[in-house]
Design a protein around this ligand. Structure first.
Ligand SMILES: Cc1cc2nc3c(=O)[nH]c(=O)nc-3n(C[C@H](O)[C@H](O)[C@H](O)COP(=O)(O)O)c2cc1C
Length: 170
């Protein structure tokens, strides 16, 4: 499978089987995140890998978007470690976290797992439920699990703007 075929095969999975995700597969996914580029290679990411029943129940208090996934990776960054651009102070933790999460999402796809990227969550609840230290900022959550037999892409999956609309050759 080429990279483009893999990227095209991925879709946001919103229905999962109860089957747990094997530790080896999660480790491979986390390893793919580890080798992601980050600004100045500062690697400010901190990932909470949620697989226990107790952890998943806590997560359900923070978001309605688990969709039955048996694993979730809460991708955070340490704001004391992320790069700030000297010109304007722009914080790069969210960008780094998103690249890490993208690597993990595509690795999960290659392993035959479904994922959905989730930003619809209550950050205050995440901080409380998972006892995040003060400097750790939640960025996004990646739900990971075995796709239900009847899991289907949403209508939005096939809607992509033409390149002419989003790219300017200059
Ligand atoms: C930054 C970001 C945040 C998202 N947040 C959510 C979310 O909270 N809940 C959800 O069901 N999907 C969420 N999605 C999934 C998008 O809705 C989905 O990627 C988009 O509609 C395209 O569909 P596809 O992933 O199937 O190609 C999010 C995706 C991104 C990249």
């Amino acid at each position: 499978m080429t990279f483009l075929e893999l990227a095209q095969a991925r879709f946001s999975t919103r229905k999962y089987k109860d089957t747990p995700v094997e530790k080896e597969k999660l480790e491979k996914i986390l390893s793919a995140g580890r080798i992601a580029p980050t600004a100045k290679n500062d690697q400010p990411q901190v990932i909470y890998a949620v697989t226990s029943t107790e952890g998943l129940e806590k997560l359900d208090k923070c978001t309605p978007c688990r969709f039955g996934a048996q694993a979730a990776l809460i991708v955070c960054y340490d704001k004391t470690k992320s790069w700030k651009r000297p010109h304007d102070g722009k914080e790069h933790g969210d960008i780094d976290a998103a690249i890490v999460q993208t690597h993990m999402m595509l690795q999960a796809e290659e392993l035959g797992l479904g994922t959905v990227w989730v930003c619809f969550y209550d950050p205050a609840a995440i901080i409380t439920e998972f006892e995040l230290p003060e400097d750790i900022v939640p960025s996004s959550i990646l739900m990971v699990g075995y796709k239900a037999e009847d899991a289907q892409p949403s209508d939005r999956h096939s809607v992509r703007k033409p390149l002419e609309e989003t790219v300017r050759f200059v």
